[in-house]
Design a protein around this ligand. Structure first.
Ligand code: ANZ
Ligand code: ZN
Length: 819
């Protein structure tokens, strides 16, 4: 018997070509009565080369896509490219080529690499955010949102490099310095385009409830939005020169108005203090220096900074509750863009204030006592942040703190206020490689939207795309392009030269998959009805906040604009884990622990690489790459190859001597159990245990004990097909005379009778009293049950040599000996 060796490279290329030529994975908008299911993954950034993380993100959900198809859904598994963005611009500058050429080249190469996975991607629906046919709609959505006041222009604090004279994204600021020239970065107020995402803060929190998302993701969104219910309280500040009467009312936002009597100092953020300086406050030199210095620090350093810093401002505030004069400090643990940028500091009940007071020797006064009616408060070695009863708080003494909150609010005429940590989304970038913002600016009429009929505003080709001196977008250099007639007065005007943040492009890309070629609309309503909302979105937890929040905001805005029929984009969400290097460390070039998927595929074939990634651990956890592990999978697929090949030659020839039905039974049970298990495991993203079950099944089929029929092998191959699509396609051809792709087969069904537990706990009674139990096979006869029961030592004691008067047998439940 001669058998061809398993040669994955040969068969994989062949089948990929076959699938493509036969348009096997092109998903129709509807397919005779089948349920539509879009299985969405996060479209990649065309960085140039697929890494193993891409395989994890795309080749593994492909298992689910294939499974759902076999279960009878019309599954769309779309793919595209998130192709605008800074890296392209930087790479282009470095290699002296155009960002478009660089990006297109990468897309071409990565498309080839992605195809080597053998996934069911529908390439006919692929989208790329840099194509004018796509970004026309990104611009159109911006315009619609502008019309509704959801997009607007306003001053905001940005990172500014004084040397390069340019705005920097947070990621471009390294330890407070410009990543390019190492100059200390300052915060500068500049006008930017923003989306009013804060209008949706409440809905973005409340609507999480109906979503089937990981709790961690929901929590991350809630924390990011950071809703807190509090009170605005006015403080009178005296001694700020430059204010018209030297007096100044400053509001603070607090969630604990009940602690007002314990406010022993007052803190303003450097940002707010800077504003006072700008209008003429004559602060001491050291105060000015402190303000300038802290404005250069990055926000997260300020919050997580080990040691709090600050400086006394020379000013005093009046505590409105007890009229005490308290010192005003400038300290950078208070943030300029949170609340009002100033706080009442209550060191006894707020840990940050406590640490600050300790360091600068400020007084600490406890006003909420945890064990009332005892009013001697404990000596604190940290702030007491809990609730209790009020002490040292005038007429509020003895009141529960929860009640005192609102009473004290009334007492000082405070105002209830819901506060969000979330800011409006700054969407403009002073960069070349992005979607032009479709606006004009005219000396008379200010900003005007470009008419819908004139969209898309195409990105002009530019030779020099470095930012300009004043930090203006490189588009300002497109002298011809920039000139336009004002849509309102007809005078000469200029185009907006800012481009959009790439998060805008990716906030709606999934909608385009439903209708990628439409030139009249971003997607036809009837097609959207067929596909949305998305039932399952699989991606990385790094997108827990920004991307997922922005897409939800976009969807809600489009819903309110009556452009889409759904207000939540993704009903189900699962996060995949991260693949670590063989040394259990994050893969990185400098560590030299990077696994190159192309090399692994060349060595083992795509089926092995996919299946190993699926096998290495729970998908939601990820784990380290193990060279022995991938070998194990390769050996398994080789065994499958040999087993099916040999069976396909001997089937129906082999004589089985033993009683057939008896022998068949055991394998059949295992087959049906495996059908159930593999299906359920895939549904729960437990691909690893599904694969273990398939390994057990193969062992059992291959141990010579059972008569293995052609139909058994067909079931096995169908179960394996989502994991190893190429190998199973090849073997399917071998065992079927007429070839129809295995990937158009249905998922096998299991017989519930066959997977019932094989044993049960037989209850053994003597004279109606339970005396023992025994594990026995389901369906045993009364005679067998009697024999088993009477053989047990414990029962022998009761029954002795008496012969029972009566035996009551309830099959598959109990046996009772009446003596
Ligand atoms: C007085 C107080 C007493 C506070 C107390 C807390 C405990 P959440 O709940 O996270 O929203 N805060 C207000 N504005 C701030 C700013 N710009 N920078 C830093 N901290 C600021 O936090 C609300 C609390 O954060 C507010 O309540 C305020 O401190 C502080 F026993 O006011 B609290
Ligand atoms: Zn005008």
């Amino acid at each position: 018997m001669d058998m061809v060796r398993y040669n994955p490279l040969k068969i994989e290329k062949k089948w990929q070509k076959f699938w493509q030529e036969n348009a096997l994975y092109e998903t129709p908008d509807s397919a005779d009565g089948k349920k539509n299911f879009m299985l969405l993954t996060e479209f990649p950034y065309p960085s140039g080369n697929l890494h193993i993380g891409h395989w994890y993100a795309f080749a593994i959900p492909d298992i689910s896509a294939r499974y759902l198809r076999m279960k009878g859904s019309n599954v769309m598994y779309p793919i595209g490219f998130d192709a605008f963005g800074l890296p392209a611009e930087n790479a282009a500058i470095k290699n002296n080529i155009n960002p478009r050429d660089w990006t297109k080249k990468n897309i071409k190469h990565m498309t080839k690499q992605l195809k080597s996975m053998g996934a069911v991607f529908d390439w006919s629906r692929a989208v790329s955010t840099i194509e004018p046919e796509y970004y026309k709609w990104t611009q159109w959505m911006f315009s619609k949102m502008y019309e509704k006041g959801l997009a607007y222009r306003a001053k905001t604090l940005v990172n500014w490099c004084p040397k390069d004279k340019t705005v920097l994204a947070n990621e471009q600021v390294i330890d407070g310095r410009c990543e390019r020239c190492d100059t200390a970065v300052v915060k500068k107020e500049i006008e930017q385009w923003m989306f009013r995402i804060t209008d949706y803060a409440e809905k973005l929190i409340n609507d999480l409830e109906g979503l089937d998302w990981p709790e961690t993701t929901k929590l991350a969104q809630k924390n990011w939005i950071g809703r807190s219910e509090g009170v605005l309280i006015k403080f009178q500040l005296a001694g700020i020169t430059g204010q018209h009467d030297g007096k100044h009312i400053v509001e603070v936002f607090t969630t604990r108005p009940d602690t007002l009597f314990g406010a022993t100092f007052f803190v303003v953020s450097p940002e707010l203090a800077k504003k006072w300086l700008d209008v003429g406050w004559q602060a001491a030199n050291e105060v000015k220096i402190y303000i300038e210095k802290s404005l250069r620090r990055r926000e997260f350093e300020r919050i997580e900074g080990r040691e709090k810093t600050g400086v006394f401002s020379g000013i005093y505030a009046t505590n409105p509750a007890n009229k005490e004069k308290i010192p005003v400090w400038v300290a950078d643990y208070v943030l300029g863009n949170v609340g009002t940028g100033a706080i009442m500091a209550v060191p006894a009940h707020d840990q940050r204030d406590y640490e600050f007071a300790q360091k600068y020797n400020l007084s600490i006064k406890m006003v909420v006592c945890p064990h009332y009616p005892q009013t001697t408060c404990p000596i604190l070695d940290e702030a007491y942040e809990g609730t209790g009863h009020l002490v040292d708080s005038g007429q509020f003494n003895g009141m529960p703190s929860e009640k005192a909150k609102w009473e004290i609010m009334k007492f000082v005429s405070g105002e209830k206020k819901i506060q969000y940590r979330l800011h409006d989304w700054v969407l403009s970038r002073q960069r070349y490689w992005g979607v032009p913002i479709p606006m004009t600016v005219c000396g008379q009429c200010g900003y005007q939207p470009i008419s819908e009929n004139d969209l898309p505003v195409k990105l002009p080709p530019l030779k020099d795309f470095l930012p300009t001196d004043e930090g203006r977008s490189p588009l300002a250099k497109a002298k011809k392009w920039i000139k336009i007639k004002c849509p309102k007065c007809g005078d000469t005007a200029e185009r907006e030269t800012d481009t959009m943040d790439t998060f805008v492009d990716s906030s709606w890309y999934f909608i385009r998959y439903a209708d990628p070629k439409n030139s009249k609309k971003f997607a036809a309503p009837e097609k959207m009805k067929q596909w949305f909302p998305v039932p399952l979105y699989i991606g990385g937890s790094e997108h827990n906040t920004m991307h997922l929040l922005y897409s939800r905001f976009f969807t809600k805005a489009l819903f309110d604009l009556e452009q889409v029929h759904f207000s939540e984009p993704f009903i189900g969400r699962r996060n995949h884990g991260v693949i670590l290097g063989p040394d259990h460390q994050k893969m990185s070039k400098s560590r030299g622990n990077v696994i190159d998927p192309d090399k692994e595929v060349a060595k083992y074939g795509a089926d092995t690489v996919r299946m190993y990634l699926a096998f290495m651990g729970p998908y939601e956890q990820g784990g380290p790459w193990n060279p022995d592990g991938i070998n194990g999978i390769y050996r398994f697929l080789n065994r499958v190859w040999i087993f099916v090949n040999s069976k396909s030659q001997t089937i129906n020839h082999k004589q089985i001597p033993n009683s057939k039905s008896q022998i068949k039974n055991g394998l059949e049970r295992l087959l049906h159990k495996t059908i159930k298990k593999v299906g359920e495991d895939i549904e729960n993203l437990r691909y690893n245990t599904a694969i273990s079950a398939l390994m057990i099944l193969l062992n059992e089929m291959d141990n010579g004990k059972w008569k293995v029929e052609n139909d058994d092998i067909k079931i096995f191959l169908r179960l394996l097909s989502p994991f190893a699509p190429h190998l199973t396609e090849e073997l399917w051809l071998k065992i079927n005379s007429e070839h129809k792709s295995i990937h158009t087969e249905t998922w096998p069904e299991y017989d519930p009778k066959l997977i019932k537990e094989e044993t049960f706990e037989l209850i053994i009674q003597v004279n109606g009293k339970v005396r023992d139990t025994a594990e026995v096979s389901i369906g045993i006869s009364q005679d067998e049950a009697v024999k088993i029961a009477l053989a047990r030592d414990h029962i022998k004691k009761y029954v002795g040599d008496k012969s029972p008067r009566k035996i009551i047998y309830v099959s598959d439940r109990l046996i009772n000996f009446v003596l």
